[in-house]
Design a protein around this ligand. Structure first.
Ligand SMILES: [Fe+2]
Length: 444
C-alpha cells in the first residue's frame, strides 16, 4: 500500500514538472485509412505556430514529450475549408495495442491522448455504426448527445455513414463538426476512437472533403471517388465502404465485386454506404439503380450486414435475398443466407416518421440513435456472431426539444467493454427484445 502511494506521489510530481504551455492545435481526430492493425492516421488543425511533431509510444509518458520513444513529422498538409489540416500517418504499429501520444509545436504541447490499434487476428470487439448529423438547432444538439455516447461505449472504431454537415463545403460547419467530434467523443482518460468516414449527399458540394478532412482513401487516382475497404481482426471482418453519391455501376461495381471475391472466406462481410436501397420513410425516394448494381453482389458473395443512413430514422431488416420478380420491393426474407440491412441514420438529424415498413422489416423506429455492435469470433462453445443493439441517444419533448438519453449512462471502462452500461436506453420490441443477433437463424 505504501509502495503504491509512493508511486502515485512520484507520478504526480513528474506531471507537475512537465507543465508545458498548450500547443497551437485543435480539432484532433483519428481515422482509419489503411490496415488498422498496424497504422493510424492522426489529423488536426494547426493554428498559429509551427513545427508540429507527434511523439508517441506504448508507454504513457503523459505530456512529457521527450520521454516518448518515437516521433513523426506530419505526412500531409492540406489547406482547405479555412483549416490548416495536418495528417500524421503512424505506421508499423503493433496490433491490438494502446499507443499514447502528444503533439508538440513551437507554442507547446497538447494533452496526452491515446488510441488502440485493431487486432490482426479474430478476437471480440465492439463498434458503432451511424450517420447523419446537422449543423444547427436541436439536431445539432442531438448529434452532440450521440457523440457523448461514443466516449461512454469505448468502441474499437466508428463507422460514420455520411452527411456530416448541412453544407459539405461550409467552413464554419465543418469546424464545428470537428470540434464537437474531437471534444465529445474523447474519454476522460484521453482515448480517441478512429472514424471510418463514408460519403453522403451533403458532401456532394465538395466530393473530396472526406479525403481532405480525414485523409480517406480514394480509387482510380481521383480524390472524388472515395470508396475503400478495411479488414478488422485478421479474417474476422471485411468492411467495404461504398460511395452511393457517384455511379454505383462501372468502376465502383467492378471494384466491389473484386473486393468481395477476395474476402469471400472472411467470417463477416460488411458493406456501408449512405443511400438505402429501400428507405423506411415515405419522405425518401427509392434507389433502384443502386439496388440493381449492388444487391445481387451482396447476396452472391455473402455480405452479412449492410449499413446505410440518409433517412433519419432507425431500421433493422430480417436477412434478405434480392428477388426482383417474387420479392416485395425487390427482396424476400432468407434467414440462412441473406444480408441484414441496418440503418437509417439519425445520429443527430431530426427523426423522420418510420412510415414505410415492408413485410421483411424486423423493426423500425423514429428517434435519434446509433447502432452498437458486439462482434464475436467462433469458439469451441459458440458460433461466430454479432449482437446488434439500437441505442436511443435522444428523443423530442412536447416542445420539440432534444432530450438526452446519454447523460445518465454510466460509462464503460477498459475492463468491462462488453458489458451493457447502466442507464443506457435501448430500443426494444417484442418478441426480439433489445438484442438482434446475426446470424439470425436458430437464435430468435
Ligand atoms: Fe443524406
Amino acid at each position: 500500500m505504501k509502495f503504491k502511494l509512493l508511486i502515485a506521489v512520484l507520478l504526480f510530481a513528474t506531471a507537475c514538472t512537465h507543465n508545458y504551455p498548450p500547443a497551437s492545435i485543435n480539432k484532433i481526430r483519428v481515422s482509419w485509412t489503411d490496415d488498422p492493425a498496424t497504422t493510424i492516421t492522426i489529423g488536426w488543425d494547426q493554428l498559429e505556430s509551427k513545427n508540429p511533431m507527434v511523439y508517441y509510444g506504448e508507454k504513457d509518458r503523459g505530456r512529457n514529450w521527450k520521454r516518448y520513444k518515437k516521433s513523426q513529422k506530419p505526412t500531409r498538409i492540406v489547406n482547405h475549408l479555412g483549416m490548416n489540416t495536418h495528417f500524421c500517418n503512424l505506421k508499423e504499429l503493433k496490433p491490438n495495442t494502446a499507443y499514447y501520444f502528444v503533439i508538440k509545436d513551437d507554442s507547446g504541447v497538447t494533452d496526452r491522448f491515446w488510441v488502440k490499434t485493431a487486432p490482426d487476428k479474430p478476437m471480440p470487439f465492439t463498434c458503432i455504426f451511424g450517420g447523419d448529423t446537422k449543423s444547427t438547432g436541436e439536431a445539432l444538439k442531438a448529434g452532440e448527445f450521440s457523440n457523448q455516447m461514443v466516449a461512454k461505449l469505448r468502441p474499437l472504431f466508428v463507422l460514420f455513414c455520411g452527411d456530416f454537415t448541412n453544407e459539405g463545403n461550409n467552413s464554419d460547419q465543418w469546424k464545428q463538426w470537428l470540434t464537437d467530434w474531437s471534444e465529445l467523443t474523447k474519454t476522460s482518460d484521453g482515448r480517441l476512437f478512429p472514424i471510418v468516414p463514408i460519403n453522403g449527399n451533403h458532401e456532394n458540394r465538395d466530393m473530396e472533403v472526406l479525403n481532405k478532412v480525414f485523409n480517406s482513401p480514394y480509387q482510380n487516382n481521383n480524390t472524388k471517388e472515395i470508396y475503400y475497404s478495411l479488414s478488422v481482426g485478421g479474417n474476422l471482418m471485411d468492411i467495404v465502404v461504398l460511395n452511393s453519391m457517384i455511379n454505383p455501376g462501372g468502376a465502383q461495381k467492378e471494384w466491389l465485386e473484386k473486393n468481395l471475391k477476395e474476402h469471400r472466406n472472411y467470417t463477416f462481410k460488411v458493406a456501408a454506404y449512405h443511400k438505402p436501397f429501400r428507405p423506411h420513410t415515405q419522405r425518401k425516394r427509392e434507389n433502384i439503380n443502386e439496388y440493381n448494381q449492388w444487391a445481387y453482389l451482396f447476396y452472391q458473395y455473402g455480405v452479412d450486414i449492410s449499413l446505410d443512413a440518409d433517412s433519419h430514422m432507425s431500421k433493422i431488416t430480417f436477412p434478405l435475398k434480392p428477388d426482383s420478380i417474387n420479392g416485395v420491393e425487390g427482396f424476400i426474407r432468407d434467414d440462412k443466407n441473406g444480408t441484414m440491412f441496418i440503418g437509417e441514420g439519425s445520429w443527430g438529424a431530426s427523426p423522420r416518421g418510420n412510415d414505410d415498413d415492408k413485410p421483411w422489416t424486423l423493426r423500425s423506429g423514429s428517434f435519434n440513435q446509433i447502432k452498437w455492435l458486439q462482434v464475436f469470433p467462433g469458439t469451441k462453445n459458440s458460433a461466430a456472431h454479432i449482437d446488434i443493439r439500437t441505442v436511443i441517444t435522444s428523443t423530442r419533448d412536447t416542445l420539440n426539444r432534444a432530450v438526452s438519453h446519454v447523460a445518465d449512462v454510466i460509462p464503460l471502462t477498459e475492463k468491462n467493454i462488453f458489458d451493457v452500461p447502466k442507464g443506457i436506453k435501448l430500443f426494444s420490441t417484442q418478441p426480439y427484445g433489445e438484442v438482434i443477433t446475426y446470424p439470425f437463424i436458430g437464435r430468435n
